[in-house]
Write a protein that binds this ligand. Sequence first.
Ligand SMILES: [Zn+2]
Length: 129
Amino acid sequence: MNKGIYEVQVQGSFSSAHHLKNYKGKCERVHGHNWKVEIVVWGAELDSEGLLIDFTILKEHLKKVISVLDHRDLNTLLFFREANPTSENICLYIYKKMQSALKKYPVKVKCVTVWENEQKSATYSERIE
Ligand SMILES: [Zn+2]
């Protein structure tokens, strides 16, 4: 019996503006990024076709979630009025939305990574107790 865990990743991207509150530096001014997003889901059971989850399904859900962020000023979205729209908090936002979007599938979101550019990224994953 195979006791391993499978992981599946897909990527997406969006473009939006933001600024950081309570921050001293150039990021306190409104500016934009072409953000890249990667989500990793995991699970132990494959379906009868040998898939953990269809890439197409995973990509569609990710696309739907990040379309809400695309071509927006992130600071105007309710979630980011409470939480500064840092890469870290964008990860958390996508993580939560994807976790609920994937409820009916036998996978869990392992982590979400968001890149501001090629050199800078942040990742959110659930803490393992
Ligand atoms: Zn920025």
